[in-house]
Write a protein that binds this ligand. Structure first.
Ligand code: C2E
Ligand code: CA
Ligand code: CA
Ligand code: CA
Length: 278
């Protein structure tokens, strides 16, 4: 361990320490976990605030360690990125999400599945082909897959990102900008890239109850998105009053613990079947 030793230290969280996972073993553990298929997708529903129905779900990966239990993505995605393991892992995640979407479609439901894409994965030379292959193989309508990327992912090597986003649009998947508002938020950038959705970062929603300035920011993002014909999803809605304010703003979509935490596909079933209202 040469260069990455410091990074390993940084990436080693309290949760991993509590679970008795040694930082040096983490990478080896991750490799084994891929082979043993220990990764599982949880899904968090997204709701329309006008119809009160589920319009989509976000797939969020968990590491279901046979001995240590459930491990949060916050604790292994950074290392997976750093080691490049995010490439095979991201492939597996997209496959899983497509298989699950296929099941929902066969059950008569049509809603989008959003899949997170990390920077290293997006910039991998085979990314677009990988997406095309998986969608073909699992035979799901591209229009029901949304890829979530962050602003920094697209601002990194802008020309390359532009070409990739266009190629993804040609395949027919939609693109959401995740955690919107905390990084660049530049208007020209939004116009240049073919994206469909902005997910307003949780930090702004969290502060709605206490900080007037957050209301101003969310209102501004909402107004701007309307002009640019972009869909807005408010992330991390936790309280009734946050929801009430978003409805007043006529924000279209929301996601957060107020409605549901991320859950395994099986637990989402009741939710979808009775299309529980918000
Ligand atoms: P993210 O993409 O911004 O995902 C939203 C995170 O906020 C999720 O955490 C979700 O459980 C959490 N969340 C949702 N609603 C609320 C709420 O009302 N309150 C609070 N406090 N939190 C809420 P999670 O699942 O731990 O994921 C953390 C991050 O790990 C994600 O942030 C994403 O950056 C990354 N990640 C998760 N799954 C994947 C994946 O499949 N691929 C990649 N590349 N990254 C992933
Ligand atoms: Ca996300
Ligand atoms: Ca987010
Ligand atoms: Ca995030």
């Amino acid at each position: 361990m040469k260069k990455s030793e410091g990074a390993y230290q940084l990436l080693f969280s309290d949760q991993l320490e509590e679970k008795g996972i040694n930082p040096i073993e983490l990478e080896e553990n991750l490799r084994k976990a891929l082979i043993n298929e220990e990764f599982e997708l949880y899904y968090q529903p997204q709701f329309s605030l006008t119809t009160n129905k589920i319009v989509g779900v976000e797939a969020l990966v968990r590491w279901n360690h046979p001995v240590k239990g459930l491990i949060s993505p916050v604790d292994f995605i950074p290392l997976a990125e750093e080691t490049g393991l995010i490439i095979p892992l991201g492939h597996r995640i997209l496959i899983e999400a497509c298989k699950q979407l296929k099941i929902w479609i066969q059950e008569g439901h049509t809603f989008k599945v959003s899949v997170n894409v990390s920077s290293r994965q997006f910039h991998d030379a085979t990314f677009v082909d990988m997406v095309r292959d998986v969608l073909n193989t699992y035979d799901v309508p591209p229009s029901l897959i949304e890829l979530e990327v962050t602003e920094s992912t697209t601002m990194h090597h802008v020309e390359e990102a532009l070409a990739k986003l266009n190629a993804l649009r040609e395949i027919g998947v939609s693109i959401a900008i995740d955690d919107f508002g905390i990084e660049y938020s530049s208007l020209s950038y939004l116009q240049k890239f073919s994206i469909q959705t902005l997910k307003i970062d949780r930090s702004f929603i969290m502060g709605l109850d206490d900080h007037e300035s957050n209301k101003a920011i969310v209102s501004a993002i909402h107004a701007m998105a309307k002009h640019l014909n972009l869909t807005i999803v408010a992330e991390g809605v936790e309280t009734e009053s946050q929801l009430a304010w978003l409805k007043e703003l006529e924000c279209e979509y929301a996601q957060g613990y107020y409605f549901s935490r991320p859950v395994p596909a099986g637990e989402l079933k009741d939710y979808i079947d009775d299309m529980r209202t918000v």
